[in-house]
Design a binder for this molecule. Structure first.
Ligand SMILES: [Zn+2]
Length: 382
């Protein structure tokens, strides 16, 4: 095992940073939402007997748990769509894979003010979208684990000029911004994409480096964020041949080495959005003499907003994302302001799925996972 690990480490080191990071999605990703995987994890939990259409709620909504923050003035629609945002590096000038820190700050602010709240992919997968009434879930994903995403300064504080630093500061000022993001890690990539810019082996003693990495992982777990596997070092899986399962499985092990023993990684991001020739190996496979991995959520690099997990077209094995390229999120938010008819709006009760009658045909009751559907009259036309 160790030999194999070292070989892959060497292969990773041989890649230039540019090659390792030739940015997710530069060559375009497939996005075949809904086309694959009839046997979906989580789909067998079985919906409970549904009340008749328009039935009254069976119990009062739970009391609010904390500050609510700004909400959208829209009726509940939990059959609406969910955006999965995709960030890469910070810096300037901006490009498809670079966001300035200033604009990333603005993204948090404008999403918050328009009533969006962060949830993780795990929460979506597990039907645990627990946000206040009148708010919309949004998933933040961050690929490639670069230094500009997360770094501890020598004095032990989080560098405020990183994506994590900005997030933590924003949350402190806006406690209703209570959820977390999804961080897709390359455990064996070349510096600075190895666990958020940890210095190369020779520059920092191994024990120190590992302590730094562990501290970062502890922060993510303690603050409600999700850790996602992005393979060992960003190899294209369409060209990886017999190594596909090692890149995914050993990648996951190499991340989990720094996580609590019971931490289950459920989300996997395809490097460059490229699928292995045998697509099912992105979802599950075996490596190291029969050890098994399973990715319940597979992230594409492009596509539009996603349907919710109780929609008949929900397919966690191919989740579309939305690259936060210059101007793109601004245009997207303007679109949802203008036409919110398919925007997900929470009813504030995590135990129910509320939706207008016009959306009823989209519901797949076998995907409710024990939640209670609640059909509402359609809102009158404006
Ligand atoms: Zn990537």
């Amino acid at each position: 095992m160790l030999n194999e690990w070292c070989r892959i480490r060497r292969a990773a080191a041989a890649l230039t940073l540019a090659a390792a990071l030739a940015a997710c999605g530069g060559e375009g990703g497939s996005s075949e939402a809904g086309g694959e995987g009839k046997d979906l994890p989580g789909d067998t939990t079985g919906g409970q007997a549904a009340p008749a259409a328009g039935a009254q709620p069976q119990s009062a909504a739970p009391a609010p748990k904390g500050p609510t923050g700004p909400v959208a003035n829209l009726p509940p629609n939990e059959m609406g769509r969910i955006m999965v945002l995709e960030y890469h590096r910070t810096g300037s000038p901006e490009g498809e894979f670079v966001r300035t820190l200033a604009n990333y700050k603005k993204d948090l602010q404008s999403l918050y003010e328009k009533g969006y709240r962060p949830v993780t992919m795990r929460q979506v997968l597990e039907r645990n979208i627990d946000i206040p009434a009148g708010t919309t879930p949004v998933v933040f994903t961050f690929d490639d684990a670069t230094r500009g995403q997360f770094y501890y300064r020598p004095d032990g504080s989080i560098d405020p000029n990183t994506m994590v630093g900005v997030w933590a500061d924003f949350k402190q000022r806006n406690p209703a911004w209570s959820g977390g993001g999804v961080w897709c890690i390359l455990p064996a990539a070349a510096h600075p994409s190895n666990f958020f810019g940890e210095t190369p082996d020779k520059a920092t003693p191994r024990a120190q480096r590992e302590a730094n990495i562990r501290k970062k992982m502890e922060w993510f777990v303690a603050n409600g964020h999700e850790i996602c596997n992005h393979t060992l070092f960003h190899a294209r899986l369409d060209r990886a041949g017999s190594k596909v399962q090692d890149y995914i499985g050993i990648g996951e092990d190499s991340i989990k080495a720094y996580l609590p023993a019971n931490y289950d990684i459920v989300t996997f991001a395809l490097p460059l959005g490229m699928w292995p020739a045998n697509r099912s190996l992105a979802w599950a496979g075996t490596y190291r003499d029969g050890k098994r991995y399973e990715n319940k959520v597979v992230l594409e690099v492009s596509g539009g907003p996603n349907v919710p997990p109780w929609d008949r077209e929900w397919n966690p094995h191919s989740v579309d994302r939305f690259i936060v390229a210059p101007g793109a999120l601004e245009r997207q938010l303007a679109f949802w302001e203008k036409d919110p008819s398919n925007r997900y709006v929470s009813d504030g009760d995590p135990r129910t799925v509320s939706y207008p009658r016009r959306m009823a045909a989209r519901l797949d009751r076998s995907k409710l996972g024990g939640l209670t559907p609640k059909e509402l009259p359609d809102a009158p036309a404006p």
